[in-house]
Write a new protein. Structure first.
Length: 180
């Protein structure tokens, strides 16, 4: 992967690639801190996935799953301290929602590991899928903030539908029409 360039010029094929990409960006202090925090989360995800795909070592996999539970919680706590410019972005709420869903999935995976549940494989697959989605949301959030918060995905301010005119308003409009 190139040392510089936009995301569209790079191919991200692993969670470690996301972590590297996030370290390469140049931004203001809050943006850099969020990049670092998302990068750490991506690295912990990478380690958990690597442990799960390596030759079976139940204790190691369970430790990595627990580390991931803690990393997601710490990242969520970090987000609460972000400035209002971040909180005002539509993408911030979407990212927080994705993180909550990821946290629930990671906790379910960790419980399945502890119980040696036959559903552990499905729980892991869900974690991996949600991890990709969540990190994508995080990268989008960072990009939107660094672009000045202008988003086509932001809900447009929709004008409230005009209420039907009252009989008095209709009569007044008719009268004004006649006077022209």
């Amino acid at each position: 992967m190139a040392a510089s360039g936009s995301l569209s010029q790079q191919t991200i094929q692993s969670f470690a690639d996301i972590s590297r990409f996030l370290r390469e960006g140049v931004a203001d202090e809050e943006s850099r801190q969020l990049r670092d925090s998302v990068g750490v989360l991506a690295q912990v995800i990478e380690e958990a996935v690597r442990a799960r795909r390596a030759p079976p070592d139940a204790a190691r996999i369970t430790r990595q799953a627990l580390a991931l539970v803690h990393a997601v919680r710490e990242h969520q706590l970090f987000l609460t301290g972000m400035g209002s410019a971040w909180h005002s972005l539509y993408e911030f709420g979407a990212y927080q929602s994705a993180l909550r869903e990821l946290r629930r999935a990671v906790e379910a995976w960790h419980k399945a590991l502890e119980r040696r549940s036959p559903r552990e494989g499905g729980a892991f697959d869900r974690v991996e899928l949600l991890a990709w989605r969540t990190l994508g949301e995080g990268m989008l959030l960072i990009d939107m903030y660094e672009q000045g918060g202008q988003s086509d995905s932001e809900p447009a301010a929709v004008a409230a539908p005009r209420p039907a005119p009252t009989p008095w308003e209709r009569a007044k409009a008719w009268w004004q029409h006649l006077r022209r």
